[in-house]
Ligand binder design. Structure first.
Ligand code: SF4
Length: 462
């Protein structure tokens, strides 16, 4: 009997925002592929479009609204999810034609909306997806989201309102996902959350299991176990708490990358208090000193806000003095921007826009000098480099050292042919500026990837 072939349902996808939103997108895409949907490369080829939005700052809101408008114009059938979706009324009143609106971390709701407006085709042979799921990052690195939400209430931030309180993923699930990623070729795992040091607080550091072995749901145990997989492990969004001290020895031993992304936000005790952030600038300086003593290779990345309501010139200078003393490697800085719904908007003595911008410039100039000096110290050294891109025609390869996270930090450029993305090589650093490095390939084709220890052991046992 002849069967009529069903049309394959095609979904377009626009993913905006931070790595946490990117992981949400990957989960939705993985489920869609598992159910037999095809991901369309453009609006014209899609039966409907999902837009995963960001609502963190005004610019991100504007970009998200523009993306929704464009998807409606180009395709007409649009489902909105993500942080801006948490403000559902705003989206629906501006775009009444949108089919459905959900908040962030809402894979089930997005799938329900897709099923309603574009039912899946049932074909178990086409519905198979690889165990590592669908990823939006290159094959050799991946973000590993360990929790959702946040228990802090920083006054400039509305993430807890949008994403709720901290919910840690079971450590066994996180480790299994990490193992699958490493098996599929991932060489760098980027651990993300809203607050990585708080991992497990909500479940009282419950003991979980990974491959029959007990493991506590805690940053220290997680970092140690991830360090066994044979990939680079990079910790992001680590709150400056004393518990962070415990992971520094793992970095000194080379089990996880000697890299910490710690958002300090400010240095003045009064401003930190107004922001509802822990620790003062002085405590943070002491902590940085102790970390560097225990792990001299440590790379520190941080973010700051200038022009927070009430910030005086003296407090801003206190921040500049902190920068000069802390000598952080990588720094991002934002001029305070009032996010709708943030408590800080009601604080007195808003800083005028031109003062904010002038402070931002002075801050960035100070940090540029520091970054330039920090990078200059690497000239002459040989660094292990993970290759991100190769242009064989131009004879150039671009990669990153252990001190550089993808997208946000610097790169190393060097002349090479015949290499491929995801390969590890040794590069002698020959020049630097305030952001990037240049070098010469030291050992062509050498790939010092250690065997994925735990993954190898465990697959034998099965
Ligand atoms: S730690 Fe503060 S800034 Fe970060 S998500 Fe939580 S409330 Fe927002």
């Amino acid at each position: 009997m002849a069967t009529r072939k069903q049309k394959v349902p095609k979904v377009g996808f626009v993913s905006l925002g931070c790595p946490k939103a990117l992981v949400d997108s990957e989960r939705i895409l993985t489920r869609l592929r598992a159910e037999g949907y095809v991901i369309a490369p453009d609006y014209a080829g899609a039966d409907l479009v999902v837009v995963n939005t960001c609502g963190f700052i005004d610019d991100a809101v504007a970009e998200s609204l523009e993306a929704i408008g464009e998807a409606l114009e180009e395709n007409g059938k649009v489902i909105v999810t993500g942080c801006l979706g948490a403000r559902g009324d705003m989206v629906s009143s501006r775009f009444p034609r949108v089919l459905a609106v959900t908040g962030p971390h809402a894979t089930d709701e997005v799938l329900d909306a897709v099923h309603q407006h574009l039912p899946p085709r049932h074909d178990p042979f086409e519905s198979l997806v690889p165990p590592q799921g669908i990823r939006l990052t290159p094959r050799h690195y991946a973000y590993l989201k360990i929790s959702e939400g946040c228990n802090h209430r920083c006054t400039f931030c509305i993430i807890p309102q949008m994403r709720g309180d901290l919910v840690s993923r079971p450590i066994g699930d996180v480790m299994t996902e990490a193992e699958n990623l490493v098996r599929s070729g991932v060489r760098e795992l980027l651990v993300i959350s809203q607050d990585t040091s708080a991992y497990g607080v909500d479940v009282r550091y419950r003991t979980g299991f990974w491959g029959g072995r007990p493991l506590r749901t805690r940053m220290l145990e997680l970092a140690g176990a991830l360090g066994e997989l044979g990939a680079w492990v990079r910790l992001h969004y680590v709150y400056p708490y004393p518990s962070v001290d415990e992971v520094i020895p793992l970095m000194a031993e080379g089990r996880v990358l000697p890299y910490l992304d710690v958002p300090f936000q400010h240095a003045s005790p009064r401003i930190l208090k107004l922001m509802k952030r822990p620790a003062s600038g002085e405590v943070n300086i002491e902590r940085i000193r102790a970390w560097r003593k225990a792990c001299p290779d440590l790379t520190l990345r941080s973010t700051f806000i200038v022009g927070f309501p009430g910030e005086t010139e003296a407090e801003f200078e206190e921040l500049l003095a902190f920068l000069a003393e802390a000598k952080l490697d990588r720094v991002g800085c934002f001029a305070y921007s009032p996010v709708d719904g943030a408590i800080a908007n009601d604080l007195p003595a808003a800083v005028p826009e031109e003062v904010k911008q002038a402070r931002l410039e002075r801050f960035m100039l100070t940090q540029a000098r520091i970054s330039r000096a920090r990078l200059r110290r690497k000239v002459g050294s040989v660094q292990q480099v993970l290759i991100d891109e190769v242009d064989d025609e131009a004879g150039i390869a671009i990669g990153r050292t252990r001190a550089d996270a993808p997208e946000i930090d610097g790169v190393v450029r060097f002349a090479a042919r015949g290499l491929s993305a995801g390969q590890m090589v040794q590069v002698r650093i020959t020049a630097s500026d305030e952001h990037d490095l240049e070098g010469e390939l030291e050992q062509a084709g050498q790939d010092k990837r250690p065997a994925p220890r735990a993954a190898a052991k465990r697959s034998k046992a099965r």
